[in-house]
Design a protein around this ligand. Structure first.
Ligand SMILES: *Cc1c(COP(=O)(O)O)cnc(C)c1O
Length: 399
């Protein structure tokens, strides 16, 4: 039977303290114990269901974590204060000094900077490879390799990771396959395809209202326990903890994610097909011209479509900037980084979200300076949006 991630979210029942239809928000940093012995046991990790201190866990964070684990089909999950808080904790938890990571070379700029500039301080080295070539991935493995890291749909080039093939390699060499699924929630379910750990920046589609940062790590109970361990857990000790009020608010937004993703995907596919027909260099996984269109189809939960992200290349950065300023002036979206908002957001990755990547490497991976990344919004009338966008492009002689 097909995997139904949105059903899994909807089937959860959490009632509030007084029978509320939403769970109560836990407004405490610390928790009392009836006996001193239970407090000791909780510190030792031996008192299930007891709360200790909210950096470790809190009821509101657990509710959100369990909903996200249900969505990703993992045993459990741990929410964090940001997507980077999730990514850095996972990498630091799984690696010791001297270990080696193989990462896709097209990843979020912050993750790239962490692996390139920060983890070498701990003698953890990363090889950046073309993740779409499984033989290149396998050839990069060394005796010290611990992690295969990728994004299901990569930022900003929208390359697709073949998660089943990567999982096979990870199994063969006893590596952990860690997948950042931020661009494709509901559409792709990496754990069902063999990923060991699934990460999201909740900041983007999942929360969807651009009012907070947040993150999550979905994985086995054993791994999440390790992250929370009071003695050596990276989530516990690095302290990237989400606040309870925010966890409650993100949980409420999560419940409409399936409707939003369908609309984001529908609008993005409409625009991508029109832009391509207009002769623009357009990248969208839902287009037959995308090199991994069939691969995406083989992995996806089809009712959610190919996601809300697309890119076009308008030739050079000056044209890109002119077009983005004009589209914002016409109220077709905002010139802003980030994604998953109800309004379309656009930015030029080469000079913004991917500026951590040196220019030479940007070129090598095909990140051109005329590239515009769109996070397509929930527009009720996408035909009208297209007509107005086309008028902007015509007036700037782009098409
Ligand atoms: C935004 C983003 C992150 C980082 O998340 P924050 O919530 O900003 O810390 C990581 N990965 C991807 C793919 C992202 O788009």
């Amino acid at each position: 039977m097909a995997f139904k991630p949105a059903n899994n979210i909807q089937d959860l029942q959490y009632f509030g303290e007084f029978g509320g239809v939403n769970p109560s928000i836990s407004d405490s940093s610390t928790y009392t114990f009836l006996s001193a012995k239970t407090m000791f046991d909780t510190f030792e990790g031996n008192a299930d269901g007891c709360y200790l201190y909210s950096r470790h866990s809190s009821p509101s964070n657990l509710y959100l974590g369990e909903a996200l684990a249900a969505m990703e089909d993992t045993e459990t999950a741990n929410v964090t204060a940001s997507g980077m808080g999730a990514i850095t904790a996972v990498l630091m938890q799984l690696c010791n000094a001297g270990d080696h990571i193989i990462s896709s070379r097209t990843i979020y700029g912050g993750t790239y900077a962490f692996l390139k500039n920060f983890t070498p301080k701990f003698n953890i080295e990363t090889s950046f490879v073309d993740i779409t070539k499984l033989e290149t991935v396998e050839a990069a493995i060394t005796p010290n390799t611990k992690i295969l890291y990728c994004e299901s749909v990569s930022n900003p080039l929208l390359e697709i990771a073949g998660i089943k093939g990567l999982a096979k390699i990870a199994k063969k060499y006893h590596l952990k396959l860690v997948v950042d699924n931020t661009f494709s929630p509901l559409s792709i379910s990496p754990a069902t395809l063999g990923a060991d750990v699934v990460i999201h920046s909740l900041t983007k589609f999942i929360n969807g209202s651009s009012d907070t940062v947040g993150g999550v790590v979905c994985g086995t109970q054993a791994f999440i326990n390790d992250l929370r361990n009071v003695n050596d857990g990276a989530a516990m000790l690095l302290g990237s903890t989400m606040d309870s009020l925010r966890a409650a608010s993100i949980l409420k937004n999560l419940r409409t994610l399936h409707i939003r993703m369908q609309q984001h995907s529908k609008n993005a596919l409409y625009l991508a097909e029109k832009f391509e027909a207009d002769g623009l260099k357009t990248v969208y996984p839902g287009l037959k011209s995308h090199p991994s269109h069939e691969l995406y189809k083989s992995m996806m939960n089809p009712q959610y479509g190919f996601g809300g992200m697309l890119t076009i290349d308008v030739g050079n950065i000056d044209k890109a900037n002119e077009l983005m300023e004009l589209m914002q002036h016409k109220n077709l979206g905002y010139l802003a980084v980030s994604l998953g908002f109800y309004k379309t957001l656009f930015s030029a990755p080469g000079t913004s979200t991917s500026s951590e990547i040196p220019e030479k490497e940007q070129k090598a991976m095909g990140l051109t300076d005329g590239l515009i990344r769109f996070s397509i919004g929930l527009d009720a009338d996408i035909e009208r949006t297209y007509d107005l966008m086309k008028a902007c492009m015509t007036s700037l002689h782009i098409i």
